[in-house]
Design a protein around this ligand. Structure first.
Ligand code: CDP
Ligand code: ZN
Length: 158
């Protein structure tokens, strides 16, 4: 028995000197703005696994109106969502993600991100794939007002 899930997220870019993305910090001349650490990729993955298991979404689990969630580590949110999904009797078969960013280059950081995501989820690195797309210099992504991420996940009955 299988279930598919989809996650999508966007964060505004602002002044700063690094991006928290995929559970690691990569050098950049801007930062993603958000209530938590604004890790757009971990947020998309969190929504994908919760959606696949029909167990809610990241905003329901961690409301941004709750001061406890201010500056929260997105890895911690993903770990808690994954525990909820596992408790529901599901294993993560694989996930496939796209980061939408005009800059910086994501591919050099892919191995570290895959390692970190696999570690947070407790799956093999081979179950995690990741790619990146620019916005072709147009729109909010291309003009560097925002970054985004998308994720699909497949769950199988434990
Ligand atoms: O060539 P195409 O229009 O399909 O893609 P692109 O958005 O121009 O990106 C070209 C390649 O650069 C992508 O396939 C990624 O491998 C890489 N890329 C990246 O490493 N970091 C980004 N922020 C965007 C793209
Ligand atoms: Zn987010």
């Amino acid at each position: 028995m299988f279930r598919i899930g989809l996650g999508h997220d966007t964060h505004r870019l602002g002044p700063g000197d690094g991006l928290v993305i995929g559970g690691i910090t990569i050098p950049h001349d801007r930062a993603a703005i958000g209530h938590s650490d604004a890790d757009v990729l971990l947020h998309a993955i969190t929504d994908a696994i919760l959606g696949a298991a029909a167990l809610g979404d990241i905003g329901e689990m961690f409301p941004d109106t709750d001061p406890a969630n201010k500056g929260r580590d997105s890895a911690d949110m993903l770990r808690r969502a994954a525990a909820r999904v596992a408790a529901g009797g599901w294993l993560i078969a694989n996930l496939d993600c796209v980061i939408l960013a005009q800059r910086p280059k994501i591919l050099p950081h892919r191995p570290a991100m895959r390692r970190r995501i696999a570690e947070i989820l407790g799956v093999e690195e081979s179950a995690v794939w990741l790619k990146a797309k620019t916005g072709e210099s147009v729109g909010p992504i291309g003009e560097e007002f925002a970054i985004g991420a998308e994720c699909v996940v497949l769950l199988e009955r434990a």
